[in-house]
Design a protein around this ligand. Structure first.
Ligand code: C5P
Length: 289
């Protein structure tokens, strides 16, 4: 049995700067892994198969685990085949990259099972064919994501250090938001960020990271919040009543906030449950890596 851990991510900042000819959007995002993770085991033998503890998820070839396994097999025909066991902890439709992370974990796992593994760069190229944010999860190192998400640059040590193991609260209402829908809502509004401005504020933070980077914002929020008004309504109340500022991660519907060490988060959780109902998903975790 071979195992891999598939961490979730947060877009600590996200700016969408325009629509491309291929239908995707150009973005600039500061991305960081968090400790919250799915677990993937691989039992060699028989054809590729997926067993998942979350029965709401498909386990056929539309699941990114099997898509990744087939993409890997295409490039490495002699790779071992067998059954994947996936334990889901990362909610779907949350903007936490769960599916992409599972796919990247699949590629890493199969790559560990052959005598001459492919390079990380090779795995990242393969990951880019599976999902825009999938290449990030190959190494899970904090990065600036550009292009449609596949171009990655590591962040300077000084800014990486200020983020290390920082405590974050992540919360998700009972509803999910699909990535194409969120980008579609933004495209309808036509409100794109100006690339030069985004790069300038990001560079200033990277050079002098003296506050939490979430102030840089997420430009998908405005369009998504206009439709899903439960999000801004609750976030405003939490900010007003408890002084904690939550931002949306990626295309939502999960939101996150940096939170001080040593303080209890139960009040924050209770307030979200009061506002969104008992099916709220809440996670008190930390940045990883
Ligand atoms: O690459 P991924 O499969 O995650 O993208 C899902 C959808 O999200 C795309 O089909 C597209 O509608 C939207 N998207 C986008 N621009 C990006 C990433 C995703 O428009 N950079």
């Amino acid at each position: 049995m071979v195992s891999e851990i598939a961490h979730a991510k947060l877009n600590l900042s996200l700016a969408v700067t325009g629509r491309r000819e291929d239908g995707f959007h150009e973005l600039v995002s500061l991305v960081h892994a968090i400790a919250l993770a799915d677990e993937l085991d691989f039992e060699p033998g028989g054809p590729f198969r997926l067993i998942c503890d979350d029965k709401t998820l498909p386990t056929d070839e539309t699941n990114l685990v099997l898509r990744a396994a087939l993409a890997y097999q295409k490039q490495v025909p002699f790779c071992p085949t067998g059954t994947f066991h996936l334990r889901k902890r990362i909610p779907s439709g949350a903007g936490l990259g769960g599916g992409s992370s599972d796919a990247a974990a699949t590629l890493r796992l199969l790559n560990r099972s052959i005598p001459q593994p492919l390079s990380e760069d090779n795995l990242r190229s393969m990951a880019a064919t599976i999902g825009s944010d999938c290449p990030f999860f190959i190494s899970e190192r904090a990065a600036i994501m550009r292009g449609r998400g596949e171009r990655l640059n590591e962040i300077p040590k000084v800014s990486a250090q200020t983020l290390q193991r920082r405590r974050v609260l992540v919360v998700k209402p009972a509803f999910a938001i699909s990535t194409p829908e969120a980008y579609g809502l933004l495209a309808q509004s036509g409100r794109y960020a100006v690339s030069a401005d985004v790069e300038q504020s990001l560079q200033s933070w990277l050079q002098k990271p003296n506050r939490d980077p979430s102030f840089l914002g997420n430009t998908l929020e405005a369009a998504v919040f206009r439709k899903y008004i439960a999000l801004p309504t609750a976030l405003d109340k939490v900010s007003y009543r408890l002084g904690v500022t939550f931002r949306m991660t990626g295309s939502g519907s999960a939101c996150f906030a940096f939170y001080p060490e040593g303080e209890t988060s139960s009040e924050v959780e209770s307030l979200f449950k009061e506002l969104w109902g008992s099916r709220v998903w809440f996670c008190d975790t930390q940045l990883f890596g």
